[in-house]
Design a protein around this ligand. Structure first.
Ligand code: ADP
Ligand code: MG
Length: 233
C-alpha cells in the first residue's frame, strides 16, 4: 500500500483500565491501517475491545501507549481542545443508541450538529434538509423522534453524522437495536454514504454476514488483540 493512501494508522495502540486491584487490558498493541475511502468492519464478541478502539480513533479517549494517526494528524499528541476540533470536523459518529433530542424534529436534530461547525441561518437549514433527503426521510423531516421508528431514528442519526461531510465515519454497532430487515436497510444506507461521499468508514458489529456484505475488509478482535490487522497494508 502506498503510504499516501494510508488514512488511519495505529502502532502499538494499548488501553488498559484499572478497576480496584484488577487491570483490564482492553486493547493490546494494536497495529491497524485503513486506506482512504476504505470501509472496514470489525467483528468481535462483547467485551473484546471494539468500542475502546473506536473511541481512540475518534478522539473520545486517549491511549496509554502507542500512536494513532488520522490523515496527517497525531491524535495522541493533541491537546484536549485540538481533539474536540478533530471530533467535530473530521469525524462523524453513529452509535447503537440514536441520542436524538426528543423535543426537536428530524431536521432540527441534524441542524443542531451544524451549530458546532459554526454554520447558521439559511445555509444550516439547507444542509440539514439535504442530509435528511439523503437518508430517505424527506417526508419525515418535521417529525420528532417519538413519531419515528427505530430504523428511522437511526437514519436521522446518520444524517446528523454526515451533515458536515466528515472524512471518517465511525459506527459502533449501528444496527444493534434493530430487527433484521431494518438492520439490512440501515447497513445499506451506510454503504451508500460510503460509496456516494467517498467517506472512510470503520464499523463495529456482531453481525458477520452483514459485515461481509457491506465492508471492503473484515477484521476480528479478540481479547483486545486485532487479528490480521495489517490487512491490505
Ligand atoms: N471505563 C471502563 N472502565 C473499566 N473497564 C472498562 C471500561 N470500558 C471498557 N472496559 C472493559 O474493557 C474491555 C473492552 O470493552 P469494550 O471496548 O467496551 O468492548 P466491546 O465494545 O467489544 O464490547 C471490557 O472488558 C470492558 O469491561
Ligand atoms: Mg462496545
Amino acid at each position: 500500500m502506498e503510504s499516501s493512501d494510508c488514512f488511519i494508522e495505529t502502532r502499538g495502540l494499548s488501553r488498559q483500565y484499572r478497576v480496584g486491584p484488577a487491570e483490564i487490558h482492553a486493547l493490546v498493541e494494536v497495529d491497524f491501517h485503513v486506506q482512504k475511502g476504505e470501509f472496514v468492519a470489525i467483528l468481535g464478541v462483547s467485551g473484546s475491545g471494539k468500542s475502546t478502539l473506536l473511541h481512540l480513533l475518534g478522539g473520545l479517549d486517549t491511549p496509554d501507549c502507542g500512536c494513532v494517526r488520522v490523515g496527517d494528524r497525531d491524535l495522541a499528541g493533541m491537546t484536549s481542545m485540538e481533539r474536540t476540533i478533530y471530533r467535530r470536523t473530521v469525524v462523524g459518529f453513529i452509535f447503537q443508541s440514536y441520542y436524538l433530542v426528543g423535543s426537536l424534529t428530524a431536521t432540527e436534530n441534524v441542524a443542531l450538529a451544524l451549530t458546532f461547525q459554526g454554520v447558521f441561518g439559511a445555509e444550516r437549514t439547507r444542509l440539514a434538509a439535504e442530509s435528511i433527503e439523503r437518508v430517505g426521510l424527506g417526508l419525515r423531516a418535521s417529525h420528532r423522534p417519538n413519531q419515528l421508528s427505530g430504523g428511522e431514528q437511526q437514519r436521522v442519526a446518520i444524517a446528523r453524522a454526515i451533515v458536515h461531510r466528515p472524512a471518517l465515519l465511525l459506527a459502533d454497532e449501528p444496527t444493534g437495536n434493530l430487527d433484521r430487515a431494518t438492520a439490512a436497510e440501515v447497513m445499506g444506507l451506510i454503504h451508500q454514504v460510503h460509496r456516494d461521499l467517498g467517506t472512510t468508514v470503520v464499523m463495529v458489529t456482531h453481525d458477520e454476514e452483514m459485515a461481509a456484505r457491506v465492508a471492503d475488509r473484515v477484521l476480528r478482535i479478540r481479547d483486545g488483540r486485532l487479528e490480521g490487522a495489517g490487512g491490505s497494508a
